[in-house]
Ligand binder design. Structure first.
Ligand code: NAD
Length: 336
């Protein structure tokens, strides 16, 4: 299969590419992957270094909003797995333009090209955040989207466009919605890598508000295995939830990270809550379990310990991202 992976230099996309090309994911032998990635602040070619020399891999730097480029790159592929997105909620509250461009318009550009070149499958990677917040119970795939943050609203726009392309153009679209991911190579602005790297540097960690917001956490390798199952066996036009991980309040998660890093509560400071901070997300994952036999495999305690160890032993990866001035030695790089 010739796969086009957008956003393949980011956290989850690069795990999917590495796992596919190393044959870790089932039925991945014989796959050729092209990565299309703009290399924004969160995209990093180092994430793909372990497979960069393989013959069945190609990297194209570019923007999914660039129609001519996308049309060229999409030609000759069998399927697209679409990860590319602006992903950080706090950044979307500060300024939403790039979120709307990439997550909504960029998705539409890809859908147009996929239809034009008659691709066999389009897997649109999305998030539980499109549903808003739920105080009890869990959303099913039939629940209406009701996003709150600009990030989630722009992702929901992409989801709805993808499903519209299935209905109107008969494009073979499948949408996945996943809970929070964690694991190696995650940009150190997200909670687990931010807290871990702060503690490794002897710095305090910032907990939003009272810390009672609840999230479900899934190891990135489980997410990618589920995406592969959906790519190969998901039904066209369907949404699949991916989750089944561990649900924790931010305070419970903080305690586990403190323990894993050998730090105490004196390293925690409470900061004003995020605007419109969703209290809880929860996905019902019966459908993917029943239809595709998916269950997560990585126990949270093991995955977190392994993740903390990865950050402990990969300072060379994250230090330049957190301290660009020091790394580049140039004040002009300070905005990155
Ligand atoms: P990330 O921020 O680590 O990576 C995003 C990648 O997209 C980067 O490599 C970036 O360079 C690329 N990109 C951004 N704009 C682009 C553009 N215009 N053209 C081409 N490439 C562009 O994000 P991630 O955490 O790996 O998330 C990947 C996908 O998974 C996203 O669609 C996100 O919404 C979804 N998701 C993430 C999580 C999570 O916990 N991280 C959970 C559920 C769903």
């Amino acid at each position: 299969m010739r796969l086009l992976v957008t956003g393949g230099a980011g956290f989850i996309g690069s795990e999917f590419v590495r796992a596919t090309l190393r044959g870790v994911l089932p039925s991945s032998s014989g796959t050729h992957i092209t990565v299309l990635d703009k290399l924004t602040y969160s995209g990093n070619e180092l994430n793909l270094a372990p497979i960069a020399d393989l013959q069945n891999y190609r990297f194209v730097q570019g923007d999914i909003c660039d129609g001519d480029l996308v049309d060229d790159v999409v030609a000759g592929h069998d399927a697209i797995v679409h990860f590319a997105a602006e992903t950080h909620v706090d950044r979307s509250i500060e300024g939403a333009a790039s979120f709307v461009c990439t997550n909504a318009l960029g998705t539409q550009v890809l859908l147009e090209a996929a239809s034009r070149h008659r691709l066999g499958r389009f897997v649109h990677i999305s998030t539980d955040e499109v549903y808003g917040s739920i105080s009890e119970g869990a959303w099913t795939e039939a629940s209406p989207v009701a996003p709150n943050a600009p990030y989630a609203a722009a992702k929901a726009a992409g989801d709805l466009l993808a499903l519209a392309w299935h209905r109107t153009r008969k494009l073979d679209v499948v949408v996945t919605r996943c809970t929070n991911n964690y694991g190696p190579y995650q940009y150190p602005e997200k909670l687990i890598p931010l807290f871990t790297t702060n503690l490794l540097d002897g710095q305090q960690v910032p907990v939003y508000g009272d810390g009672h917001n609840r999230r479900q956490w899934l190891h990135v390798s489980d997410h990618c295995r589920a995406i592969q199952l959906v790519l190969l066996g998901g039904r066209p036009g369907e949404v699949y939830h991916i989750g089944g991980g561990t649900e924790l309040t931010n305070l419970e998660l903080t305690e586990r990270i403190l323990d894993a890093c050998g730090a105490g509560w004196d390293m925690v400071r409470h900061v004003p809550d995020r605007l419109g901070h969703d209290l809880r997300y929860s996905l019902d994952t019966t459908k993917i379990h029943t239809e595709l036999g998916y269950s997560p495999r990585v126990a949270f305690e093991d995955g977190l310990a392994e993740t903390v160890e990865w950050y402990r032993t990969h300072r060379g990866w994250w230090e330049p991202l957190k301290n660009p001035d020091k790394a580049a030695g140039s004040p002009t790089d300070a905005g990155r």
